[in-house]
Design a protein around this ligand. Structure first.
Ligand SMILES: NC(=O)c1ccc[n+]([C@@H]2O[C@H](COP(=O)([O-])OP(=O)(O)OC[C@H]3O[C@@H](n4cnc5c(N)ncnc54)[C@H](OP(=O)(O)O)[C@@H]3O)[C@@H](O)[C@H]2O)c1
Length: 288
């Protein structure tokens, strides 16, 4: 059985991925770990070269699924040196010590959001430090001479306590407390359920494909529409959600507005179909 090392395994996507791959030989790694009986877990800070060398020497992975990243988009803008350390140097540390199959999870933030949705061969032009560091990571992976997959996704969602990054948690928890929230109506994407994305990663391993792929949910919508869909799926009061525009929010980092990822290539190569978002939300709720 191939040995699979997962970085950032205790974040939003990592939690689902470890669940989906729990019958494989996986090593779940993270800066802070949550131990379980189901698979091996070990501390690994990817920005620490010595830590990477030690773990790789002991475990000798055949496949790496690289999820670990500084994902706080405004945080990256405020502290670009930390973003660079984790997203660029961290990726470099992993590549320097590895010779097997490398699966790098990337983002639509490598695009500027002027004319999405995007195909794999569309021109990249990141407009934030987060997007730039993720693109540097992509470039390093592509320039390495190992077997690689870059899988770009967008607006990854789950209902999960373990992450600060969950949009669903924020919407659901606010509405449960009957708090009014404002959600942007000018950012367009095809949000992606973590379980669905995790299954796609497992098929990538099973079919042993390589190259650059996009994957996202089966519908393109704006964030306000998505929040309203979440509210109705959880039986909560969607009238508490009010529209706002991105410029009104004065966020520190710029966001791609007209974004989203076309999934034609991966659907054809893997024989899969992107999951409609309402179906993903219904399945997610049925598992709670
Ligand atoms: N969230 C999205 O909408 C989205 C969209 C497209 C692509 N992606 C990509 O998908 C991947 C997973 O994202 P996610 O949504 O699961 O984010 P997440 O919940 O923030 O998970 C990222 C994980 O990386 C860990 N990490 C940060 N710095 C580290 C370091 N130096 N060493 C080891 N681990 C470190 C974090 O741990 P701490 O909690 O300790 O910081 C966290 O557990 C990322 O590569 C991201 O760029 C995300």
């Amino acid at each position: 059985m191939k040995k699979i090392l997962i970085t950032g395994a205790f974040g939003q996507l990592g939690t689902s991925l470890c669940e989906v791959l729990s019958n494989e030989s996986i090593l779940a790694t993270g800066r802070v770990i949550i131990t379980t009986e189901k698979y091996r877990c070990i501390e690994l800070d990817i920005a620490n070269q010595k830590n990477v060398e030690d773990v790789f020497r002991d475990y000798k992975p055949d496949i790496i699924i690289h999820l670990a990243a500084m994902t706080d988009v405004d945080g990256c803008e405020k502290k670009p040196e930390i973003a660079f350390d984790v997203n660029v140097k961290g990726t470099e540390n992993l590549l320097a010590n590895f010779n097997g199959k490398f699966i790098y999870i990337s983002t639509d933030y490598v695009f500027d959001g002027e004319k999405g949705p995007y195909f794999e061969d569309d021109k990249v032009n990141p407009i934030s430090v987060y997007g730039k560091t993720k693109l540097y990571g992509e470039n390093m992976v592509q320039q390495s001479d190992i077997d690689w997959v870059i899988l770009r996704s967008n607006i990854i969602f789950s209902y999960n306590d373990r992450t600060k990054a969950s949009f669903v948690n924020w919407v659901v928890d606010s509405l449960k407390k009957r708090q009014m929230i404002t959600v942007v109506n000018d950012q367009w994407n095809n949000p992606t359920w973590t379980n669905d994305l995790a299954k796609v990663i497992s098929i990538i391993i099973e079919k042993n494909v390589g190259g650059l792929y996009h994957y996202g949910g089966g519908d393109f919508l704006n964030r306000l529409e998505f929040a309203k869909m979440i509210a109705s799926t959880f039986g909560l009061d969607g009238t508490l959600i009010k529209p706002i525009t991105t410029p009104e929010l004065n966020w520190f980092a710029r966001r791609p507005l007209k974004s989203g990822l076309y999934t034609n290539k991966i659907e054809l190569d893997l024989g899969i179909e992107a999951l409609p978002i309402q179906k993903a939300l219904d399945e997610m709720v049925s598992l709670l």
